[in-house]
Each structure stands twice: as C-alpha cells, then as structure tokens.
Design a protein around this ligand. Structure first.
Ligand code: C2G
Length: 131
C-alpha cells in the first residue's frame, strides 16, 4: 500500500486541481490531501472564496482522494509524513525546489508534477471580475 500526500488550498476547484490529484493517486494506492485551513491561508497570503469546511466537503468527494486533513502550519509536514506513513509527497511544479518540500527528502520521496497550464484560481477570480 503506497501512500501519497499532497498539500493545497483547492479553492474554486478546477481542472488543474483534478489533474494533479489524479496523477498523484496514480503514483500509489492511498491519497491524503492536507487542505489549507482559512487561518493558514492568511499566513500564505491567500483568501479563499470557499471556507475550509466547504473546500473539505468538495475535495473529499473527489474519487482520487482517500483522506482530507487540515494544513494549519508550514512546519507540520514532517509529522504528517510520519503520522500517515507517507511514501511520496507530490506537489505541482510551481513548488519545485521549495525548501518546505526539499527538506522532506530524507523521510520520503518528493515528486513535482507539471502544472496544468492556462488555469488557476487567481485567473478565475480575475476573469469573473475579481469578485
Ligand atoms: N496546480 C496545478 N495546476 C494548476 C493549478 C494548481 O497542478 N493550474 C496544483 C498546485 O501545484 C498544487 C495543487 O494544484 O500542487 C493545489 O494548488 P493550490 O490550491 O493553489 O495550492 P497552493 O496554494 O499552492 O498550496 O503547503 C503547500 C501549500 O499549501 C500549497
């Protein structure tokens, strides 16, 4: 049973998110998504349209996702990998080389997958008039 972990806000769910989750699941058997809480989003400088509870309900309904846990701080990643017996952490390529993930390489495999070009939550908000 190969266990995969990924992190994200997953606001205004779109094809890029689904592509990431689908490919991440294909690398193993069990996919854990650590979903950024509303407070952690503030730390990341992000404000999501949907609340954590709404985003959790949405992400939990995706066929590739087996478990959603809260992402509350940058520093939880090592304990997440240990607590959930993670074999591989997967992120989109925009995170490639980021110390938050590179420093996990003594604990587990870290894989960066190419981002889906042409779509982002930021772009969606802009296209809808930034509401
Ligand atoms: N993603 C992608 N293609 C896109 C948009 C996003 O592959 N067009 C990927 C991102 O690389 C990330 C995941 O989808 O792996 C979730 O994206 P976000 O919700 O924007 O996550 P982010 O704010 O980058 O949060 O601790 C790490 C952070 O919580 C990651």
């Amino acid at each position: 049973m190969k266990r995969i972990l990924t992190y994200g806000t997953y606001d205004l769910l779109h094809e890029g998110h689904i592509n990431l989750l689908k490919r991440a699941k294909a690398l193993g058997d069990y996919l854990v998504v650590a979903l950024s809480t509303d407070d952690f989003n503030k730390i990341k400088g992000k404000k999501s349209y949907y609340s954590y509870d709404a985003r959790k309900k949405i992400v939990e309904s995706i066929r590739y996702v087996d478990l959603v846990i809260p992402e509350e701080e940058w520093g939880q990643k090592r304990s997440d990998v240990l607590e959930y017996h993670i074999d591989t952490v997967v992120m989109g390529s925009d995170w490639e080389g980021d110390p938050h993930f590179e420093e996990l390489k003594d604990l587990c495999e870290v894989v960066y997958l190419p981002r889906t070009e042409g779509i982002s939550t930021t772009q969606i908000k802009a296209d809808l008039g930034g509401k």
